[in-house]
Write a protein that binds this ligand. Structure first.
Ligand SMILES: [Zn+2]
Length: 161
């Protein structure tokens, strides 16, 4: 019972964190986005800071001590040996194309400014397959709606295939 309650809180917190990250990327001015994110490392460093900037917490056991997880930016819990990557628990988990392009798609889907906003357009701009863009866009839009960007939800919902 308590465990289920804790898990519910954890998943709500996770969803909220995704929202914060998404909102941050979408509200950046274009010039700032382009200066801040230039390659894979800058995106990973941002995610690392986003996840653990206020201190590390093992996602499995809650322990606060870690060592390097082998790969750059990943962390390993010294108690349960769970390895956590900066992308896990975010929109960018399991994304199989360059992170910078995924960041760009989230940025482009901002409801605050004009953008390309179509999978065909983004695929041409980023050199990705149209279906890859479409699938990732769907994931981002679903998160946007789930996280109650209600002002935009009705507008966005119509656009989800
Ligand atoms: Zn642990």
């Amino acid at each position: 019972m308590i465990r289920r309650y804790i898990n519910t809180i954890k998943s709500k917190l996770g969803a909220f964190k995704i929202f914060i990250l998404e909102h941050y990327l979408q509200s950046l001015p274009t010039v700032e986005f382009q200066t801040r994110f230039t390659d894979e490392r800058s995106c990973l460093a941002h995610l690392e800071n986003f996840k653990w900037g206020n201190g590390y917490n093992c996602s499995r056991c809650g322990n606060t001590n870690y060592c390097s997880g082998g790969r750059e930016f990943s962390r390993q819990c010294i108690k349960c040996h769970h390895i956590d990557s900066p992308t896990s628990g975010t929109l960018f988990h399991d994304v199989r194309f360059p992170l910078l392009k995924a960041f760009y798609i989230v940025f482009d889907l901002s409801p605050y400014r004009e953008g390309i906003k179509t999978s065909t357009g983004l695929s041409l701009k980023l050199g990705l397959r149209q279906k890859t863009c479409w699938l990732f866009m769907r994931k981002v839009k679903r998160e946007m709606i789930k996280n109650g960007m209600s002002r935009y939800s009705s507008k966005m919902r119509g656009k989800i295939p």
